[in-house]
Design a protein around this ligand. Structure first.
Ligand code: 5GP
Length: 179
């Protein structure tokens, strides 16, 4: 991991989680999901854009047959959650009767999942669970059922590993936190 601070849009970030730490957490989560869904052929619903790197690493490690689709639900501006959930790209695949696993980058206030889960449930899936890379328990404002959490983190703004700060930082392999 880079040892020094970086600057994105004049904001300073320090190294927070290394590739190895992320890999360990994601590998553990993939093992849990693989065991839980053995024989069930789940449909992974990846929430773009922030979850793309997490989803790639997670799904490479999930064993057994599964399907993968991508949706886009919300815009996130600056370092505060906008709270606006906007479905831009929808689901084409038949959701009825399927076991859905939403793959999300961060559950922060929980607003995104609070809106998305009922929308998916309206299509009659057999089950809906959430797999999130990060969970910020201190900022949660909605009651949601979070079955799969790779890492719990404090209420700080993070970038890297798919997550951006105003468009930049998604390509960083490590995760950095605002100082
Ligand atoms: P929620 O709806 O749970 O408040 O927020 C979820 C979304 O907010 C995440 O999918 C993510 O896009 C964004 N978000 C929340 N916290 C952070 C953060 O620390 N860093 C970045 N880059 N995005 C965040």
């Amino acid at each position: 991991m880079g040892q020094s601070q970086i600057t994105i849009h004049n904001k300073a970030f320090r190294p927070y989680l290394s590739v190895a730490q992320l890999d360990e957490a994601v590998t553990g989560l993939a093992a849990r999901i693989s065991a839980d869904y053995a024989g069930r052929e789940p449909l992974f619903v990846v929430v773009l854009t922030g979850a793309f790197m997490f989803a790639s690493d997670l799904l490479k490690r999930v064993t057994g047959p599964c399907e993968i689709v991508f949706i886009r639900v919300a815009s996130y501006e600056g370092t505060d959650s906008s709270g606006v959930v906007q479905e831009i790209m929808g689901l084409r695949e038949e959701v009825h009767g399927r076991h859905l696993i939403i793959v999300e980058d961060i559950v922060d206030t929980g607003t995104t999942m609070h809106h998305l889960v009922p929308k998916l449930q309206a299509n009659g899936p057999a089950s809906v669970e959430i797999a999130t890379l990060f969970f910020k328990p201190e900022s949660l404002r909605h009651e949601i059922n979070l079955r799969y959490v790779a890492l719990e983190i404090p209420n700080d703004f993070v970038v890297g590993y798919g997550l951006d700060y105003d468009g930049l930082g998604r390509n960083l392999p490590d995760v950095y936190v605002a100082v």
